[in-house]
Design a protein around this ligand. Structure first.
Ligand code: GLV
Ligand code: MN
Ligand code: MN
Length: 418
């Protein structure tokens, strides 16, 4: 609402959580599936970025774009140091849900508005960040923006990433109007941050089972991506005798089943969710099947054991099928144990009657996990009633989203107003 008081024009009220949410909702949403396809450096990504910049500017925040394409909105002096930063990401997996990432970014703006409406006077700068390419849906590597900033991915490695059409990350950035030669570690920017807190929709039902709307993260399981290339011999589906075939699809199928069995036995997770087939003809035996394994476990030893077992199962089956298999580790993120001091402080701050809110681990990767190697970092989770994520069916109740905003505002106030 805009009004005048004593001849002075009041600043318009910032857009509410609902308005921001409704603004973002159509961007990159696929008409048939209802899922989001907000991939790095595409038109949908550009629209999300324009939205972020407009939110920053409409609030009079200092907007910055860093050398790696991450966006920042500052309340207070960006150079002062010891800043309290919150935020998440706006990109998505293929046909992702509306909440994974955007809930954290929208809640960050809403929490800052809440803080200002309370008349809180932070004595540390606050900032909101949108990290680029968190999901790695296009170039295969997750958390590219934060990994580059934290020095966990070199510019050379990033330049070599390619999408399914052979477009390099550098070409995609250039086409989107960004300078790929500028990318690289950003220690000076990270040194300004005293604490980073990422709010995220929970991607499981652990919080739902506790009856709480908001929880705090304890740890992120170690996880990685491995590419399995199964090479056989292309041949005619109607004329090649069974005993003459070298069919990599069989080896791939057996490896998928082995992955499930090995992971289940170890209490770990193993998923082949992406596959490419050449030549991909109905009436031809494939020459190549390329499958990507995503595997996660509570500890690194278990993860290494499970992946090793899957590799051995693939090799054994390949020998029986007359197929060659090679395995390439495309990414690995070690276990993250969030800083106990900050974690416990937030759990206590958000608790009631001396009882802290739940503290939970997650199997999902986050920019907060990458940053935790450089900066004191914590995460808040908002209840997900079905636990479904990386799917258009992902959801969170409106009341829980509002509770998340209040919790984040409390956390920002608790950290920034001493
Ligand atoms: C990101 O959401 C991941 O866990 O892969
Ligand atoms: Mn995700
Ligand atoms: Mn996410």
């Amino acid at each position: 609402m805009t009004g005048t008081e004593g001849g002075r024009r009041e600043a318009p009220a910032p857009p509410s959580f609902h308005t921001m949410w409704a603004d973002l909702l159509p961007i990159g949403r696929h008409a048939d599936t209802g899922g989001y396809r907000r991939y790095a450096w595409t038109a949908a990504d550009a629209d999300c970025r324009a939205w972020f910049q407009a939110q920053a500017e409409s609030r009079g925040l200092t907007y910055e774009l860093d050398r790696n394409g991450n966006q920042w909105a500052w309340y207070g002096d960006p150079e002062a140091g010891d800043a309290v930063v919150t935020g998440s990401h706006l990109d998505s997996v293929p046909d992702g849900g509306a909440f994974d990432g955007p809930l954290g970014v929208v809640s960050s703006f809403a929490a800052l508005d809440t803080l200002r409406a309370r008349g809180a006077a932070p004595d540390r700068p606050l900032a909101i960040v949108n990290f680029g390419d968190e999901e790695g849906a296009r170039f295969g590597l997750a958390c590219v923006g934060s990994r580059l900033a934290a020095g966990q991915l070199t510019a050379e490695q990033a330049h070599a990433l390619r999408d399914a059409d052979g477009v390099t990350l550098a070409q995609a950035m250039e086409r989107a109007g960004y300078d790929p030669e500028a990318i690289g570690p950003d220690p000076e920017r990270l040194a300004r941050i005293g604490a980073f807190v990422e709010l995220h929709v929970e991607q499981g039902r652990a919080l739902d089972r506790t009856g709480h709307a908001v929880g705090v993260a304890s740890a992120i399981w170690p996880h990685g991506r491995w590419r399995f290339d199964f090479r056989g011999e292309a041949n005619h589906a109607g004329t090649t005798r069974i005993e003459d075939r070298r069919d990599p699809m069989l080896t791939y199928a057996a490896t998928v089943l082995a992955a499930r069995e090995k992971a289940a036995r170890a209490g770990a997770l193993a998923t082949f969710g992406k596959v490419g087939v050449e030549p991909n003809g109905v009436n031809a035996i494939a020459s190549l099947v390329r499958g990507w394994l995503d595997s996660r476990a509570a500890d690194e030893h278990t993860l290494a054991t499970v992946v090793g077992e899957i590799e051995r199962a693939a090799a054994g089956q390949a020998a029986r099928d007359g197929v060659e298999v090679s395995v390439t580790r495309e990414s690995f993120t070690p276990v993250v144990e969030f800083e106990h001091g900050l974690r416990d402080k937030l759990a206590a701050l958000l608790g009631t009657d001396g009882a802290p809110v739940p503290v939970l681990p997650t199997g999902a990767g986050h920019d907060a996990g990458i940053l935790s190697a450089s900066v004191p970092t914590a995460m808040l989770f908002v209840r997900n009633p079905t636990g479904v994520s990386h799917s258009p069916a992902e959801s969170a109740a409106e009341d829980d989203c509002v509770a998340g905003v209040t919790a984040l505002a409390d956390v920002l106030e608790g950290l920034a107003c001493r």
